[in-house]
Design a protein. Structure first.
Length: 283
């Protein structure tokens, strides 16, 4: 009887474990690009995009770079990124190659709260993915975009990288910015405005209860309690916090459950402190 009960509990745990969404461009990015562009073309008024978020004031996230990725085959996809120097931006590796479709060139949109209109637009075909990026396991989901010189302004500024490689950031109230949905239960409307939301960082042990096979020391996770968090098109975007009075990039948005944000499950990110040894030589 006890053996039967144990088997039932194991089966229930396996059934409840979340599978990360894969093949970002074909499943998410291409559709999001088309809908965001259509909405921006129709009505360019203020709205909130991140789930549970609020519209970001102009210049609130001068390090944020929206990405318009032209894929091999001609389709356009969307992602986020973070400016880390006058000619480098960090993003998710899956924004350039999702395991199925590869990018041809990317336009980094800086200094704008809209994705398809305004701001400084920098074209690049020079994207370096982590050499051990694994699209099936979502491991090492990080890439650097090399760009021509980007002039700085009040609306375009790089973000600092963390200096303490041993800080887990557990319990920190971090901030995410992006163009994704504000509510997974509703379709995208015309309000395609850069938005932000505050999220608590949780331990990897708690996060692994949702993703038993996909959480490593190279990840950071945030709680989805209250229905807040990134959404499917916020991949590659920044998770930040304050350190000594300055905003610091602590993670890059990577993946959640395949069934969206409002499940209140955790979101997983690439932990920047883990990748400092990989990032610095490429600066």
């Amino acid at each position: 009887m006890n053996a039967v009960l144990i088997l039932l509990l194991v089966a229930a745990a396996v059934a409840s474990a979340a599978e990360p969404r894969r093949f970002y461009h074909s499943s998410i990015g291409i559709k999001e690009a088309a809908r965001i562009k259509k909405a921006e073309d129709a009505l360019r008024h203020i709205g909130a995009r991140v789930v549970g978020g609020v519209a970001a004031p102009v210049g609130a996230h001068p390090y944020f770079g929206g990405l318009l990725i032209t894929l091999l085959g001609g389709y356009t996809s969307v992602c986020g990124s973070s400016l880390i120097s006058y000619n480098r931006a960090l993003t998710a590796a899956q924004c350039w190659y999702d395991g199925q479709i590869a990018g041809h060139e990317v336009t980094v949109v800086l200094g704008s709260n809209y994705l398809f209109h305004g701001g400084l637009r920098v074209l690049s075909r020079d994207v370096i993915m982590h050499e051990q990026w694994d699209p099936l396991r979502n491991v090492n989901d990080i890439a650097i975009i090399n760009m021509p010189y980007v002039p700085m302004s009040n609306y375009i500024q790089p973000i600092r990288l963390p200096s303490n490689n041993y800080d887990t950031f557990v319990g920190v109230n971090a901030q995410l910015s992006g163009f994704g949905y504000t509510d997974d239960e509703r379709p995208i409307t015309a309000n395609q405005y850069l938005s932000h939301v505050n999220l608590p960082v949780i331990s990897n042990e708690v996060c692994a209860s949702y993703f038993p096979a996909y959480i490593f020391s190279s990840n950071i996770c945030t709680s989805g309690d209250g229905g807040k968090g990134p959404c499917i098109s916020d991949v590659g975007g920044p998770l930040t916090t304050y350190s000594y009075g300055q905003r610091v990039l602590i993670a890059i948005t990577s993946f959640a459950a395949s069934f969206g944000n409002q499940s209140r499950r955790s979101w997983a990110y690439a932990r920047v402190t883990f990748y400092i040894p990989w990032i610095q030589p490429l600066m």
